[in-house]
Write a protein that binds this ligand. Structure first.
Ligand SMILES: [Zn+2]
Length: 303
């Protein structure tokens, strides 16, 4: 599942490729993936020909002014005060192809048995073509993601109702401490994964930050002393920034907008490494279900 570093990587790619581009046409292959206006996301899953038509007409001829990220949401600012808000959820991909790359098949997964495919593939749900002949493909094997077209007022409403916690990269220690006091009864792993507490951190970067901080994921936040909170606060930023520099982690389907894989996967210390030796003390790493997610950690190093 793409987390903050992966979405930030896509944001950077889109900002570079799409700026000043004008939408020529939009093809929606799966109605339920698109939405117009604010309102509950569960309604998207119904989808309709009318919504799709509004989505397509709303995007046509608009110019891309800028691309931003809030938590795991991508926000593309369009001309005439319209915004395209995209959430990749489990397996969404945004692949940008210049006109001369369009006929070339590409790998759409980092799985060993993956074969090159031409876009649009069977998992392409939305395709946006630009006036210079380039195309943006939204692929999603599990179909949990969405693309939503909103005006300024609706954009504010969407983020108000999503109740997102603060951004970890700009979070001061004083704010972090305050949040930890409010959520003192949560286990460390639940605390990091809860998007209303801090936004953008998922299973990968929670496990990596807790390992670097020598904190057991089941430990209650209230039991951490100030120095441990400081260490955790520092390590969250360190891990996220390093992952952004490496272009994120490619687990299953995550790819950058030019189709390359994220290089942070090779730098994971514990995530996905149950049974392997701890990189510090060589004790076998263990895994445990905390909340609904599997945590991997070292029993010896993380207390
Ligand atoms: Zn260890």
């Amino acid at each position: 599942m793409p987390e903050l570093p992966e979405v930030e990587t896509i944001k950077k790619g889109l900002a570079k490729s799409l700026k000043h581009k004008q939408v020529k046409d939009v093809f929606v292959y799966t109605d339920k993936m698109v939405k117009v206006g604010a309102g509950k996301i569960s309604n998207i899953k119904k989808g309709s020909k009318k919504l799709t038509k509004d989505f397509v007409n709303g995007l046509k001829n608009k110019k891309v002014l800028k691309v931003e990220r809030r938590a795991k949401y991508l926000i593309i600012t369009l001309s005439n005060n319209y915004f395209l808000v995209i959430h990749l959820r489990m397996s969404g991909q945004l692949i940008y192809r210049r006109k001369k790359q369009l006929h070339q098949p590409i790998l759409l997964s980092v799985a060993k048995n993956a074969t090159k495919e031409k876009l649009p593939s069977k998992h392409t749900h939305v395709q946006i073509s630009f006036k210079d002949g380039s195309q943006l493909f939204y692929n999603d094997t599990r179909q949990f993601g969405h693309l939503r077209l909103v005006n300024q007022k609706e954009l504010i409403e969407v983020f108000k109702t999503s109740n997102l916690g603060p951004e970890p990269l700009t979070l001061s220690f004083a704010e972090f401490k305050k949040i930890s006091q409010i959520n003192k009864n949560k286990r460390a792993k639940d605390f990091l994964l809860n998007q209303t507490v801090i936004s953008g951190i998922g299973n990968i970067y929670a496990d990596e930050s807790l390992f670097l901080s020598k904190i057991n994921p089941t430990r209650k936040i209230s039991s951490l002393i100030e120095q441990q909170l400081k260490t955790l606060h520092t390590n969250i930023k360190k891990v996220l920034n390093k992952a952004i520099l490496a272009g994120g982690s490619s687990i299953e389907t995550f790819l950058t907008t030019n189709g390359s894989s994220g290089k942070y996967t090779e730098k994971h210390l514990v995530y996905g490494k149950v049974g392997k030796p701890c990189p510090v003390c060589k004790t076998k790493l263990v895994s445990k279900k905390i909340g609904s997610r599997t945590s991997t950690y070292c029993k010896h190093c993380q207390k």
